[in-house]
Design a protein around this ligand. Structure first.
Ligand code: ZN
Length: 442
């Protein structure tokens, strides 16, 4: 990874790195694994949550399922227990189809799998695609705490497909639009024959364990089309899960650039990647959990501080919550606020909502504006039409749990929550640069 490289080189490098990251991350567990690998390559040490927090200044990463926190306490100007944090937050989960606990059924000579829709998926985008499977299994393991171990699994074989109904059997789709019932119309087929197969047995084989040792699974589908640059100039990147792995990747890059920066910093740079944003963030590892505040406190305690130091650190901290932003859609321009057009490749996007669907206030906005200014990239501002409901992010929850000044921002994307979204190639380089400047001021 190079810093200060000419823009064209940097743009290509960020785009290629992002595509690799997207392809490595079909599930939140894999997204965290890929992020941890990038960090480990640059000297970050993984810490177990059940172990002691390292007291030596250093670079550390900790994960909780599909969530991850990384920080660098060795780049601080004058380290004190109450040193504040600069945090970039993002999320690792994306809408998809997830396999039910008792998924096997057959009909008309087809072997089918029962699925639940995870998050606000554009379900039509899952039709007629070659689908793989990935996730995590819990396995019997006498050497693990509680006798339960975990491992990731993944197949990029096209084992599943959700087939669409032919036009001849329902011509109303042309006049009334496609009506999809989540229970009825989204089950993937994964084989032929009337004999019921056992998904559990098949998954055990994939995970490399005996069927009786497979105790549970978190299994989900992914589109097998790889991430790639598209457009006559390669000016766009098409992929699944850009929301929000594009921010996760930019955040990890930013932290790696912050630790490589020549001058020390007045705060502890930190990145947090949360699972479960698409379903409300209430879990042991979502943005409403104790994951972030607990680890901020542990960093303070490990530096010799107490509760007072922790609260002082929070009061001085700033959190930047990154999530993708709607670019103005050329075919639906009327759906966007006309005075706040968001241009693809027009730069990172500040997100504002006075009803606090986004946490941005003037102080948070100023921190992000300064970061864009320092990075030399343009900044756009998103606000939703007043007659449309606004989406939300991990920003408001994080700000409520920590009391830190918070800003919501993103990078322009089209087709948000489709299995195939697009973003701007130039935007991704600008995004990574702005986040790096946020974590490591010149
Ligand atoms: Zn998102």
């Amino acid at each position: 990874m190079s810093t200060g490289a000419p823009l064209a080189t940097r743009t290509t490098e960020v785009a290629e790195g992002l595509c690799d990251y997207l392809d490595a991350s079909p599930s939140p567990f894999h997204a965290v694994d890929a992020a941890a690998r990038l960090l480990a390559e640059c000297g970050f040490t993984e810490v177990a949550e059940t172990g002691p927090t390292p007291t030596d200044p250093g670079r550390y990463v900790v994960r909780r399922g599909g969530s991850l926190i990384a920080w660098a306490s060795d780049v601080v100007t004058r380290r004190a227990p109450h040193t504040p944090f600069r945090v970039v937050g993002a999320h690792t989960d994306s809408p998809n189809l997830r396999i039910k606990p008792r998924p096997d059924w057959t009909r008309a000579g087809w072997q089918m799998l029962g699925v639940e829709v995870y998050g606000g998926a554009l379900t039509n985008s899952w039709l007629d695609r070659d689908l793989g499977l990935s996730g995590r299994v819990a396995v019997r393991d006498a050497s693990a705490p509680g006798g339960v171990g975990q491992r990731l699994f993944r197949t990029d074989d096209p084992v599943l497909r959700v087939s669409q109904l032919a036009i001849h059997l329902d011509r109303t789709v042309r006049t009334e639009g496609l009506q999809l019932n989540d229970q009825q119309h989204l089950a993937p087929h994964w084989g032929l024959g009337l004999e019921r197969r056992s998904f559990r047995d098949w998954l055990a084989g994939l995970a490399g364990v005996a069927p009786e040792d497979l105790l549970g699974y978190d299994a989900m589908t992914h589109d097998l089309t790889p991430a790639r640059r598209i457009g006559t100039e390669g000016e766009l990147i098409a992929s699944g899960r850009l929301d929000n792995l594009a921010t996760s990747y930019a955040a990890v890059r930013a932290l790696l650039e912050a630790v490589a920066a020549p001058s020390p910093q007045p705060w502890v740079p930190m990145v947090v990647l949360f699972d479960h944003e698409e379903v409300g963030s209430t879990s042991e590892r979502g943005a409403q959990s104790t994951f972030l505040p607990a680890w901020m406190e542990r960093v303070v305690l490990a530096a010799g501080g107490g509760r007072e130091d922790y609260l002082r650190a929070l009061a001085g901290s700033v959190v930047a919550s990154g999530d993708m932003a709607h670019a103005t859609h050329p075919n639906y321009a009327e759906r966007h606020e006309p005075e706040h057009p968001i241009l693809m490749n027009g730069g990172p996007v500040l997100k504002v909502n006075s009803n606090l669907r986004y946490a941005t206030d003037s102080l948070g906005a100023a921190a992000f504006a300064l970061a864009c200014e320092q990075a030399g990239v343009p900044m756009q501002t998103f606000v939703t039409r007043s007659d449309l409901p606004c989406g939300s992010t991990v920003g408001p929850m994080t700000s409520a749990l920590t009391g830190a000044t918070t800003v919501d921002f993103g990078a322009p994307v089209l087709s948000m929550h489709s299995t195939r979204e697009i973003c701007g190639t130039l935007d991704q380089a600008a995004y990574a640069a702005a986040l790096a400047a946020f974590l490591a001021p010149a």
